[in-house]
Design a protein around this ligand. Structure first.
Ligand code: GAL
Length: 411
């Protein structure tokens, strides 16, 4: 029988190790709408309950465009958080190249991410020089047109089944005092809609020629001219939106004040929080009802290097937890996005998520724009869109000329 001394020694050692291991991680993100907050709460709950550590929430209000500069300045300024959200793609490129971010390759190998992440391209977006620097959390897709059943009922017209019908129904909604298209007056929302239209209304290779090949001739050509005509239609349909944040625009649909909104799948987190039922209170058209297509944008967490062994170990636990089946289901069902692994049970997903899963299964997704162009190019296009939506005298043709110039100088 072990002596009492031995048992006490081991126990106290375990307590020390246990005590030394328990730590708090500050996690920054920009998920502050109702649906987003409900989703990120699932991450915090899992971390607090399934590890000995605790989650210190570092929500930054506003869109990613507000939050990312704060995150980047803290990391480069020597006051890093333990984990932070960025979108899949090139947003953290410079931080990784500056050697400021934790290499997660050990976690990825231990957890078998290369075998479970689907599509595998999501891990490519985390990989620099063969090392993995982020934990992909979801696949979100911009490729959605959300429609308010109440708005179309009030206007006495059927709920549209594609972009063309959506545009054709606009006069009836206007006549009923309903804003045909809700659009927050922010560049990332306006550019998002532009990109969605380019993918939905043109062959996929045009989008890739513009954003992947940076082909300025195509960007200024006849096919993309059709997209500037479409965004011009969006400009007039959204003229009376007069709101800023994306979830305010979604709320206009929830309350029947607007007919439709082009927005990513995170919009359905708002419908869910408001108790609205997909297929009954609202309808959703992937690829705007014009094409079965999704893009693999999404959210990933990056982990700044910390000079703290416990926190560094806890970072690895959090990264692993984010890709666990339980967290993938709990988070994505609340967020309205799709899991990064194909081996999870999403039977609880609603009508719209099921549509998204079906599209993802049957059509090769396109890379999101964040994965193809730099933040600098993105910002230039966003600024052009802000000006276009604010100034009716800026014609579609003139805007397209400037767009082609931006693409010509894109890296
Ligand atoms: C995106 C983010 C989404 C959603 C959206 C609106 O960048 O990836 O998860 O939150 O911003 O805030």
């Amino acid at each position: 029988m072990k002596s009492i001394r031995t048992i006490l020694t081991v126990t106290s050692a375990l307590c020390v190790v246990g005590a030394a291991q328990a730590t708090e991680l500050e996690v920054t993100h920009w998920w502050t709408s109702g649906g987003e907050a409900a989703a990120v709460a699932e991450l915090a709950k899992a971390f607090n309950e399934k590890t000995e550590h605790s989650w210190k929430d570092g929500a930054i209000a506003g869109s990613g465009n507000t939050a990312r500069p704060v995150m980047i300045s803290r990391i480069t300024g020597g006051d890093p958080m333990a984990a932070t959200q960025f979108n899949h793609g090139r947003q953290a490129e410079e931080l990784v190249e500056a050697g400021l971010m934790r290499d997660l390759t050990d976690v990825a190998e231990a957890e078998g991410w290369k075998d479970i992440v689907n599509p595998p391209s999501l891990l490519d977006a985390c990989t620099v020089d063969g090392k993995i620097y982020c934990a992909p959390l979801n696949i979100h897709s911009w490729q959605w047109l959300w429609l308010s059943d109440a708005a179309y009922k009030t206007a006495g017209v059927p709920v549209p089944t594609n972009w063309s019908e959506f545009v054709a129904a606009a006069p009836a909604l206007k006549a009923a005092g309903i804003v045909p298209m809700a659009m927050g007056q922010q560049g990332w929302q306006q550019k998002g809609a532009f990109d969605v239209l380019m993918i939905a209304l043109l062959p996929n290779d045009v989008y890739l020629k513009v954003y992947s090949d940076k082909d300025a001739e195509v960007a200024g050509g006849a096919e993309v001219a059709k997209i500037f005509e479409a965004i011009d239609q969006a400009r007039s349909m959204a003229a009376d939106s007069n709101i800023q944040d994306w979830n305010q625009a979604t709320n206009m649909l929830i309350t029947g004040k607007a007919g439709g909104q082009i927005m990513g799948d995170w919009a359905q987190g708002e419908f869910a929080i408001a108790g609205k039922v997909a297929g009954t209170d609202y309808h959703c058209l992937p690829g705007l009802g014009e094409k079965n297509i999704l893009t693999t944008g999404g959210d990933a967490f990056y982990f700044p290097k910390l000079d703290d062994a416990e926190k560094t170990a806890a970072q690895g636990e959090l990264a692993a937890l984010m890709l666990s089946p339980e967290v993938q289901v709990a988070f994505n069902l609340k967020k309205g996005s799709l899991p990064v692994r194909g081996d999870v049970d999403l039977s609880a997903a609603n009508d719209c998520m099921q549509k998204g899963l079906a599209v993802l299964k049957n059509a090769e997704p396109l890379p999101g724009a964040d994965q193809l162009i730099t933040q600098d190019t993105t910002k230039q296009i966003e600024d052009l869109m802000v000006e276009f939506f604010a100034d009716p005298s800026l014609t579609a043709a003139a805007a397209q000329e400037r767009f082609a110039e931006i693409i010509a100088s894109a890296e």
